[in-house]
Design a protein around this ligand. Structure first.
Ligand code: IVH
Length: 701
């Protein structure tokens, strides 16, 4: 294996190459990446970065034709870095790329100009993301397997015969010919391969492509992993009988594919993205779109779609260049794999108490969206793959699937990477963790959520139930007295509380009094206590102020919900559905005497204009956007930030956490820092807590 020189990894944005030195460096870099790619090492650059690099090289060469280096990747068959010793009958070429419908249409038009007629029919197939291989059959028996190598000669990898599904040791007919196609690992094969490899003390492969490349070349493995073959070409060998040779040379591509299937060779026809033959560019583009849409669900990787002139006559007239045929092109799809850094690991507890690690990534653009998180399966998986914080990792995402980390890119380690800390207690409720299975689980299982949700409801910014801290909630849940939030108010009795450990008369009476006080909390806090998905403290207040009563909130459909400031088309139906799910709990809370109205708010029927929009709020802060910062003093000293925000809103204003040019006033208490400075720089009115207290004096009572 060629060793790759230590060249730095190219940054995502690649400026034009400025001079001959930059050009030479780029050529070196591309060669190193290509070597890693074709030899089964880990890619130094992801596909996008490699494509950008080669394009920059090609652009430089167009501008400086006299400086073109002989080993530039732009004019070469890809994979040229590997030397092989078995000559190919005809060169194994690469393909030119297009990246959009427009580029494809331009390419098709230029092909038709070149052949002087319309292309009779097009063959559209998935571009399998693996390695090209030539399989020679003699009298129907698989005799030799050869990698592409530099395109003119490749490496003999016949030792892999028998490990590649879809490439039978014997064909259904005793023909002599060469099959060309792609060897890859399906997702399932890849996962199994990595499991075996790590169990044998090896480093996991970063992705299925590298896994296939490494496995194909490996001769003496103690274990055996399967790969899959997809054929995309049949050609005669020297010993092929004449009639068959003529058939193979004259057949349209579609007919060759059918013939290959008939011999027992796997082709894309066995998949949901079978090759099709169509006659217009529009139909080609429609099929391209279909294959692209199916990509995420495919059990193997594709990196594009190959479009070929189907008829042998069209192919012959078009001919081939030294690097690629002129009658075929690869329509590249956006890369679904990128290298980024693992910056953190979060541990989330699911509804059943499963504690699942989630990777926090340096944001990276993949397949049209920014990826910040990826699943990490379970703790054992982290250990097995030896992931560390700060690692460069290969992240895979396609379509709507949850992004996942394939593997750390071990050769990019600096030594500064940190071990990933596993939680010692449940990150949600603080209980012990059952680590006996691969997937860790909170000892409280489903009750973990109950402890967390009841503790949340009792919190200072929700129902503010003094004396109902986490440990008390655990006690109530474990004793079976509380199985849902309403139980606190309509089921638990004084006698039952007295029966609990560490609950004397005084604590019991205090807790009963605190529960009573909670009954008088405004609707906004009851709503917040319910923990409706998509709402927090300020959203709960906005909803409560908008609708004024729980009945009005429950009567709202998604459209009505969208009238609330900050609720859009996406969030509204989620909130409506959540409230419907909580119906029984809400009924019980109402029956138990909790307040279901918001003081000072008016129901929508009375508070909206003809368009159904809220009419402006009345009150001393009507129409004002208010930011509170620093410590409150004087009459406001006791108020939490949440209570300050409630006050602002009761006074007709809108509370906000950040200062912008739209802010009306900033209440700056002691120790106010950057927000105060920003307000000053924007010329926004600053008031002290005392001045503010005077503005809202009527509401302070
Ligand atoms: S046809 C003359 N069809 O993509 C080359 N190639 O980037 C004709 N590939 O070298 C190749 N799927 O290794 C063809 N359905 C498909 C393909 C396919 C993957 C590979 C092949 C080729 C490379 C070019």
């Amino acid at each position: 294996m060629t060793t790759t020189p230590a060249v730095p990894v190219v940054l995502p944005a690649l400026p034009a190459l400025s001079d001959a030195a930059a050009y030479a460096q780029a050529v070196e870099e591309a060669k190193a990446a290509a070597a890693a790619y074709y030899e089964g090492g880990t890619s130094r650059l992801d596909d996008d970065a490699y494509d950008r690099l080669v394009r920059a090289i090609a652009a430089y060469e167009t501008a400086h034709p006299d400086q073109v280096l002989s080993d530039s990747p732009s004019g070469k068959v890809a994979g040229g870095a590997v030397e092989g010793d078995v000559p190919h009958t005809v060169p194994m070429l690469s393909l030119d790329n297009v990246f959009s419908d427009e580029e494809f249409a331009t390419w098709a038009a230029s092909l038709e100009r070149r052949i002087g007629r319309e292309v009779a029919s097009w063959n559209v197939q998935p571009k399998l993301d693996g390695l090209a291989i030539a399989a020679r059959y003699e009298h129907g028996r698989l005799a030799r397997l050869i990698t592409r190598g530099d395109g003119t000669a490749g490496e003999d990898v016949s030792h892999a015969v028998g490990t590649i599904e879809g490439l039978p040791a014997e064909l259904t007919e005793p023909v002599t010919l060469e099959v060309r196609g792609e060897v890859l690992m399906t997702t399932a094969q890849f996962e199994y391969a990595n499991q075996l490899r790590t169990e044998h003390g090896g480093e996991p492969f970063a992705n299925p492509r590298n896994a296939a490349a490494g496995t194909l070349r490996a001769k003496d493995r103690a274990y055996r992993v399967e790969m899959t073959f997809f054929g995309y070409g049949l050609l005669p060998l020297a010993d092929t009988d004449e009639a068959l040779a003529a058939d193979l040379t004259e057949a349209a591509h579609g007919a060759l594919m059918d013939r290959a299937s008939g011999y027992g060779i796997n082709t894309p026809a066995s998949t949901q993205v079978a090759g099709v033959v169509v006659t217009s560019v529009e139909e080609v583009l429609a099929r391209v779109a279909e294959i692209a849409a199916a990509r995420a669900e495919l059990p193997f990787g594709i990196d594009g779609i190959v479009v070929k002139a189907d008829l042998a006559a069209d192919q012959r007239t078009a001919g081939s260049g030294s690097r690629a045929p002129r009658w075929a092109v690869a329509f590249k799809l956006p890369a679904v794999e990128k290298i980024t850094r693992l910056v953190g690991v979060e541990w989330n507890v699911g509804r059943t108490g499963i504690i699942a690690p989630r990777a926090v990534l340096e944001p990276v653009e993949i397949d049209g969206s920014t990826v910040t998180y990826a699943t990490l399966h379970n703790p054992a998986d982290i250990t097995r793959r030896d992931l560390r914080l700060g690692d460069h990792v290969m992240v895979y995402k396609a379509g709507d699937i949850i992004p996942r980390i394939e593997a750390p890119v071990a050769h990019l380690r600096t030594g500064d990477e940190q071990e990933i800390a596993f939680p010692a207690e449940c990150p949600q409720c603080g209980s012990g963790i059952d680590t006996s299975e691969q997937r860790w689980r909170c000892e409280r299982g489903r009750n973990c959520h109950l402890v967390a949700s009841v503790s949340y409801a009792a919190g200072r910014d929700q129902l503010d139930i003094e004396g109902l801290g986490q440990s008390r909630v655990v006690q109530l849940v474990e004793s079976g007295l509380v199985t849902s939030l309403p139980d606190l108010f309509d089921r638990v009795t004084r006698e039952q509380l007295l029966g609990l450990e560490r609950m004397g008369e005084t604590s019991t009476d205090n807790l009963m009094a605190a529960l009573d006080a909670a009954r008088r909390q405004p609707l906004s806090r009851v709503l917040c206590a319910l923990g409706v998905r998509g709402t927090g403290r300020s959203m709960s207040r906005r909803i409560a102020r908008h609708f004024a009563t729980m009945d009005a909130i429950r009567a709202a459909d998604a459209e009505a919900m969208q009238q609330v400031d900050g609720i859009g088309a996406e969030k509204a139906p989620v909130i409506v559905a959540e409230l419907a799910e909580l119906a029984e709990q809400i009924d019980r809370l109402a029956a138990a005497g909790l307040s279901m109205t918001e003081p000072g708010a008016t129901p929508p029927a009375a508070a909206t204009d003809a368009d159904g929009q809220d009419t402006p709020e009345a009150g001393p802060l009507a129409g004002m956007k208010v930011v509170v910062t620093g410590a409150m003093t004087g009459p406001l000293a006791e108020l939490s930030r949440n209570q300050m925000n409630e006050l602002v809103e009761r006074a007709g204003g809108t509370s906000s956490g950040s200062v912008s040019k739209n802010t009306s006033i900033v209440v700056a208490g002691e120790g106010a820092g950057s927000k105060r400075a920003k307000a000053e720089s924007l010329g926004i009115r600053l008031v002290t807590p005392d001045e503010f207290a005077a503005m809202v004096a009527d509401l302070l009572g």
